[in-house]
Each structure stands twice: as structure tokens, then as C-alpha cells.
Ligand binder design. Structure first.
Ligand code: FES
Length: 315
């Protein structure tokens, strides 16, 4: 007997009848109907990646810094709190001022928060760009919309700041109020990128790995200098033999899950085949972005002609 279906022709969950939450449903539909965003994204990504250069270029250190290697955490989600918080304060101060237009202190406070938000938006944009340049597909398009919305918000708020300066405060408040509405929707989209699409999430940390030594391969089969993938109790690991030392780190790249064993190896560093993140084989530390989280590592030993691994606690 064939099961009855009501969405036989559906190609994705967006084609199914709207269910709660409606915002998510219609937001996804909106983005799906904006293929023109891709025409902007690809050239922009190519141009920005050209500016950053390759991991061996000095200019790439700017990308490393914006991504957050120095912090061991993406910088973007920290910086976005500045414009959102500052512009929320502007809204509150503006409302109080509207109730008493003689309150100059309130007007000055709103203006200060407006400028603080504009400064924070600049840092947020730069760090967000560093996260976005290595995305593709749905995440690339969603990120492009997020950027365009934030750009519009910044233009509206910059105009509002100028109007405040020239004394046209009520028009300025109208502009910043419109900008605030866009900020809320853009923040929602940014949340979708992080919480639903897992951009910026450590892709390897959910993998458990063995607490006790497990045999993964015959020691005689491991070729020196060759990245070799093994299964350590369900957790993929990549091995490298250098002289008499065998290094082992997780094979799933912490950035977006690329297979490190299919990457390249040079001077103690394995480079991910997907977006070129570099990790030291000896301790899994990040050498260059876009990854910011280091790779879990394994203790390695040889017993009875077999290589055995045990997962080490992750920093
Ligand atoms: S998946 Fe992006 S660098 Fe590895």
C-alpha cells in the first residue's frame, strides 16, 4: 500500500504548507525568490578574496584578525552587539525626547548612541565579511541579503545622524526608526545563518571520539608523509607519519566540515581542501583562517603492529 502524501511535488520544506513559525517560512521563501543576489555575491566574494590573497600572503593576516584566530572565537557576533545596543538606546532616548522636546540631554544622548552604533557597524561589517567570503549556495545568498540590509540600515542611520546635527530631529527620528525595523529583520537573518546554517559553529566538536585506545590501522600500512584517514571509534581522524613520530588530529575541518585528509601538507601544516584553513599537525592549532577553532587531537601509540588512537581533551 502506498502512503498518502499531500506534498508529493515538493522539492524542499519551503514548498510545504506554511506552518508555525510563519516568519521563518516566508523569510526563507523571500530569500529563495531572490536569485539576483547570487549575481552580486560571486563577484564580490571573488574581489574580497583577491584582496585578502592566499594564506601565505601578509595581507591574509587581516582576514585572520577579522575572523578571530587571535580570540579563538568568531569576532562578528561580539561586535554586532554594539550597533544593536547603541541604536536601541537611541530609540529609547528619542521616545523620551518626543515626550519632552525641551530635554536637550536626552537629544544629546540619542545622538551619541547613534554615532557609537555607526562606529560599531563598521567593525561588524568587516568581521562579517571575513566570515561570509567562504560561504556558498544558500548561506552565500542569505549572507548577501544580510549585508545589503545592514548597509541600508547604516545609510539610513548615517543620514539620520547628519539631520540631527542640522536640527531636523523629527525627520532624523523617522529615518532611524525605519532603520531599526530593518535591523531587527537583519538580525533575525544573521541568527538563521548562525543557528540554522551553522556558519561560525565549530563543526568538529560534536564528534565524540574514543576515551580509550582503539586500533585504527596496521602500522606497516602507514606511508610516511602521506595524510591518511582512519576511523577512531566513529570519529574520522587524519594521521601523518614524520620520521618516527605519528601525528593524529580530527579529519573534519572545524570551519565547515571539509575532509582534511584530502587537503595538502607542508612544513608541519595541513591545509583544508575546501577553503584553505591551516592546522598544525602536532597540536591541531589554527595557523590561518577561515577556521578559528583548533582541531581536536589524539594520543597515538603502536601496539602489536597496530596504530592506536585515544582522543585528548579539547581546549
Ligand atoms: S571547511 Fe572551510 S576551511 Fe575547511
Amino acid at each position: 500500500m502506498v502512503a498518502e502524501t499531500t506534498n508529493e511535488k515538493a522539492t524542499s520544506w519551503m514548498d510545504t504548507p506554511p506552518r508555525s513559525p510563519l516568519l521563518r517560512h516566508y523569510s526563507a521563501k523571500l530569500i529563495a525568490n531572490m536569485p539576483w543576489l547570487d549575481k552580486l555575491s560571486s563577484p564580490l566574494q571573488g574581489w574580497v578574496n583577491g584582496l585578502f590573497g592566499s594564506p601565505k600572503d601578509a595581507s591574509y593576516r587581516i582576514k585572520d584578525m577579522l575572523a578571530g584566530i587571535w580570540l579563538g572565537h568568531p569576532v562578528h557576533p561580539i561586535l554586532v552587539t554594539i550597533p544593536i545596543g547603541a541604536w536601541t538606546s537611541t530609540m529609547v532616548f528619542d521616545l523620551v525626547w518626543l515626550a519632552n522636546e525641551d530635554d536637550d540631554a536626552m537629544a544629546r544622548s540619542a545622538d551619541m548612541m547613534m554615532w557609537l552604533g555607526l562606529a560599531g557597524a563598521t567593525g561588524s561589517a568587516a568581521t562579517g565579511l571575513a566570515n561570509w567570503v567562504d560561504t556558498d549556495g544558500q548561506e552565500q545568498r542569505t549572507g548577501m541579503l544580510h549585508a545589503l540590509l545592514n548597509g541600508s540600515v547604516t545609510v539610513l542611520n548615517a543620514s539620520s545622524a547628519v539631520l540631527r546635527f542640522t536640527g531636523q530631529r523629527k525627520t532624523a527620528i523617522a529615518l532611524s526608526s525605519a532603520a531599526y525595523g530593518l535591523t531587527i529583520y537583519s538580525s533575525y537573518i544573521g541568527g538563521e545563518l548562525a543557528y540554522s546554517d551553522a556558519i561560525g559553529v565549530n563543526r568538529v566538536i560534536p564528534e565524540a571520539g574514543p576515551d580509550e585506545y582503539v586500533a585504527v590501522m596496521e602500522a606497516s600500512d602507514l606511508e610516511p608523509g602521506k595524510l591518511t584517514r582512519v576511523d577512531a571509534a566513529g570519529m574520522p581522524a587524519v594521521l601523518l607519519k614524520e620520521g618516527s613520530t605519528i601525528h593524529a588530529i580530527a579529519a573534519t575541518c572545524s570551519h565547515l566540515g571539509g575532509p582534511l585528509d584530502e587537503g595538502s601538507y607542508e612544513d608541519g601544516v595541513v591545509y583544508c581542501p575546501w577553503h584553505n584553513s591551516g592546522f598544525r599537525m602536532c597540536d591541531g592549532a589554527v595557523v590561518n583562517s577561515p577556521a578559528v577553532y583548533s582541531q581536536p587531537t589524539f594520543a597515538v601509540r603502536e601496539r602489536d603492529g597496530k596504530i592506536e588512537l585515544r582522543r585528548l581533551e579539547h581546549a
